[in-house]
Design a protein around this ligand. Structure first.
Ligand code: NAD
Ligand code: GLY
Length: 366
């Protein structure tokens, strides 16, 4: 199925570091997509062994019009490889091929490739330009936008990284047609997230259009990607380095990261952990008297219909608390949660351990 070639542009407004997010069909092959790229002799496409065979030839062909040399480095696929050893493959390639400080990196893949390429770009010779070409729904609606880059440490998720903004983001909606269903659901988690924290009308739209999204309807996808990027662009434009507001984008992530770290990275997909984490964070909000049970039940139903888990793995409350204490939002060991204080609005605050433990027990498998 090929999408109608709509082209939307959402701008991330960060002064001289502002950049566009291009959203549309067949963008990989359109000349206009690649106008005004940073000038350099060499471009390096970073991809993985799943996405490379699908899309690298098209990106390579497009970039040959702009760079004398276009190289490719292919990383092993998977969250379990979002680590130092894999990051070093990028540096090995750059240094081994004499890449200079003008070399432009292109991240072709999902959030794992995007986060690692961005971190490599931030570090290589103290910073080279990079372009995000996200090919998963999750990466198009969230991870490619906003300049968070990182790798995992066995002790915690995304613990080593940098804020480093891309030069542009190119969301070719056609690439989503090859995504496995489980990955589509994972992306839906980050789309659903924007409703409770910022825009209940968008949650209503998702509720109505969920079947179309799951069937990869091009028009539904185009709107969901655009609206998600608009909300994220607004938040990042207000608080690029997460000194306050930006933390709301982590709704569901505190519980979710504990699930990912507790089970071992890659056992549950990031989006699956976030889906379940949102149910847990909404339940905690309800136990603190911030929202009613009807709100939690509705959110749980939407997450379930999106094909995401809503029951946590039985790690135990102690394990959850342990992993959540190394969350980046934690302050002096106090865990800080993104909670819903009213539908469409989020607040970041602590909660008593006993209450959190009750929520973990209530939301975990028997
Ligand atoms: P991913 O990068 O692992 O991609 C999911 C799977 O889909 C992989 O197997 C990948 O090879 C495959 N794939 C990618 N594009 C494909 C395509 N078009 N067709 C077929 N298969 C394709 O996972 P993800 O869900 O994209 O990203 C999750 C990562 O993003 C996590 O590491 C998470 O921490 C990070 N993240 C970062 C931010 C941020 O702000 N930087 C935000 C959210 C998530
Ligand atoms: N995904 C959370 C953020 O970008 O801040």
């Amino acid at each position: 199925m090929s999408a109608t070639p709509v082209l939307e542009t959402v701008t991330i407004d960060l002064g001289e570091r502002s950049y566009p997010i291009l959203i549309g069909a067949s963008l990989l092959d359109q000349l206009s997509t690649w106008a005004n790229l940073p000038k350099a002799a060499v471009a390096l496409i970073v991809t993985n062994d799943t996405v490379g065979p699908l899309y690298v030839a098209r990106l390579h062909a497009a970039l040959q019009h702009h760079y004398a040399v276009v190289q490719v480095v292919t990383l092993p696929d998977g969250e379990a490889h979002k680590d130092w050893a894999t990051l070093n493959l990028i540096f090995d390639h750059l240094l081994g091929n004499g890449a200079d400080r003008k070399t432009v990196l292109f991240a072709l893949g999902g959030g794992v490739v995007g986060d690692m390429t961005g971190f490599a770009a931030a570090c290589y010779m103290r910073g080279v330009p990079f372009v995000q070409v996200p090919t998963t729904l999750l990466a198009q609606v969230d991870s490619s936008v906003g300049g968070k880059t990182a790798i995992n440490h066995p002790i915690g998720k995304n613990m080593i990284g940098a804020f480093y903004q891309p030069h542009r983001v190119v969301c070719d909606l056609d690439t989503l047609q090859t995504l496995p269903k489980r990955e589509v659901s994972a992306g839906l988690a980050e789309i659903i997230k924007y409703g409770p924290i910022a825009d209940m009308a968008f949650l209503d739209w998702i509720d109505t259009n969920l079947d179309a999204l799951m069937a990869l309807d091009p028009h539904a996808l185009a709107y969901a990607v655009k609206r998600s990027c608009e909300i994220k662009a607004y938040v990042v434009g207000q608080d690029e380095r997460e000194s306050g507001l930006r933390a709301i984008l982590n709704f569901g992530h505190t519980f979710g990261h504990a699930i990912e770290a507790g089970l071992g990275f890659g056992v549950w997909l990031h989006g699956e952990a976030v889906g379940c984490g949102m149910v847990m964070a909404a339940t905690l909000s309800e136990r603190l008297g911030l929202v009613d049970t009807a709100f939690v039940a509705r959110l749980r139903r939407i997450i379930e219909r999106a094909g995401l888990p809503t029951v946590a793995p039985r790690l135990g409350a102690e394990a959850f608390l342990h992993h959540m204490r190394v969350d980046k939002k934690a302050e002096s060991g106090e865990i800080r949660f993104v909670l819903i204080d009213q539908p469409g609005s989020a607040v970041v605050r602590g909660a008593p351990d006993e209450l959190v433990a009750q929520v973990v027990d209530a939301c975990s498998a028997a």
